[in-house]
Design a protein around this ligand. Structure first.
Ligand SMILES: [Zn+2]
Length: 434
């Protein structure tokens, strides 16, 4: 996952910078390419300026160091600046080429997302769905309790007995924890497998690589910090027990073909090959995040389609973790059922952030409907506080990306990789997936 904050100077700065771009300021009718270039640079500077107000906002930046603001601008000023940029962008005729057209729509939406985030930093609170629409260009469907109760009934049958279902599920899972002293070995093995599968299907830029660090005291379980130059830093949070399914999940999601590959391909194809500087910055609370999280989650199934994951884990990862490999299939059958509860997190977040329930009730809701043990539920509520409606990017994002790619691939595994690679090399928006 990712993060941003900070705004930039207002009209005066915009005009002076526009004046610094000769072709743009002097031509009666600005050249579209030059104007887009100028607006792209101003967008980057604006995002970096918002980052000074919000430490989670700028998830990655590898553009010119001189574009970083030297002092903090007021939020009103930054708000005006976002509006001015949107107005300037509208004056440019919409391009007709497929990639140029995606770029134009992307910048339009990203500027709108920045404006919404600035409004939030100024204290405005939107209802959950309105917030996710404004920031991420999407709204998660509402699921009633009865939807989750059907899945819980199936799990009750799988784990009969006394006490709460979440405790029984937790006891079942205990033998599938990765021992701390084997964590790095298991992760490195999973990363190797994800990389090998990705490289067979996607041409990765020369010199790409990442390092893994183990950290504590975070509201997330893993994080990819893209550094530019095709390098990432991946952090894994070890606050809570880590179960065997997290190895492939994290290796694919944060690494291959997830966030690391996504960022590296954007840098290669859009920044280096086309000179589209807006992609040197990644504002976390923006539409880009739904694509990033959706492709990172769906990428797990692209790398390990069908039964391949269970087979691989049984043969390689379970033994590496010292876990009984004969139970791999049983474990993943239960996980498939539990994963159907994924949208329960959206419901808890929606109710909590809309002020209908408090933090204790939100944690209790997660324990009951998402089957999260108490500590994990509490960690998740801290995530809601920090990242708010960002939660929809994981599950809704995955479903939207999956539907988009599967529709185009029509069941052909090679085509699935091609469509996936094309998506993570282009500036497509969530609304453009439909
Ligand atoms: Zn992520």
């Amino acid at each position: 996952m990712k993060a941003v904050s900070g705004l930039y100077l207002t009209i005066i700065v915009f005009l002076s910078l526009a004046a610094a771009a000769p072709a743009c300021s002097r031509a009666a009718e600005p050249l579209p390419s030059t104007s887009m270039h100028t607006i792209a640079e101003q967008y980057v500077r604006l995002v970096l300026a918002v980052g000074l107000h919000d430490p989670d906002y700028v998830d990655a930046y590898y553009g010119p160091a001189g574009w970083k603001p030297t002092s903090k601008s007021g939020l009103d000023e930054l708000s005006t600046r976002a509006q001015t940029l949107s107005t300037e962008l509208k004056k440019i005729p919409a391009p007709t080429g497929p990639m140029e057209s995606l770029r134009y729509s992307y910048l339009t939406q990203q500027l709108s997302s920045v404006a919404a985030r600035i409004a939030m930093l100024k204290g405005q609170r939107f209802p959950f769905d309105q917030e996710s629409q404004a920031l991420y260009d999407a709204t998660a469907p509402v699921q009633p309790e009865s939807h989750f109760e059907e899945i819980l009934t199936a799990l009750e049958k799988r784990f009969p007995g006394k006490g709460s279902l979440v405790d029984r599920y937790d006891s079942f899972r205990r033998p599938f924890q990765i021992p701390k002293d084997r964590l790095d070995r298991v992760f490195q093995t999973a990363i190797g497998a994800c990389r090998e599968r990705t490289m067979r299907n996607i041409q990765l830029p020369d010199g790409e690589s990442f390092t893994v660090e183990y950290v504590t005291n975070k509201s997330w379980s893993g994080y990819n910090w893209y550094q530019g130059g095709f390098k990432s830093l991946i952090q894994v949070n070890t606050d809570l027990p880590i179960y065997i399914d997290r190895a492939v999940d994290l290796a694919c999601h944060e690494g291959y073909p997830g966030h690391h590959v996504y960022n590296a391909l954007l840098e290669k194809h859009l920044v280096k090959d086309r000179g589209w500087t807006e992609f040197t910055v990644y504002p976390l609370f923006s539409a880009q995040s739904l694509i990033a999280e959706g492709t990172a989650n769906y990428g797990i199934e692209v790398a390990f389609p069908g039964d391949e994951r269970v087979q691989y884990e049984q043969q390689v990862l379970f033994p590496a973790a010292g876990i009984d490999p004969t139970r791999a299939r049983e474990y993943y059958e239960v996980q498939a059922l539990v994963n159907k509860l994924a949208y329960a997190g959206n419901e808890a977040a929606r109710r909590y952030l809309n002020g209908e329930i408090d933090a204790t009730q939100a944690a209790a809701w997660l324990e009951k409907y998402a089957l999260m043990p108490h500590d994990r539920a509490a960690q998740r509520v801290r995530f809601f506080d920090q990242y708010r409606s960002y939660v929809i990017n994981y599950n809704l994002g995955k479903d939207m990306v999956s539907a988009f790619v599967e529709r185009r691939a029509a069941g052909d595994p090679a085509k699935r990789w091609q469509e996936f690679a094309a998506l993570i090399s282009s500036p497509r928006l969530p609304s453009g997936l439909r």
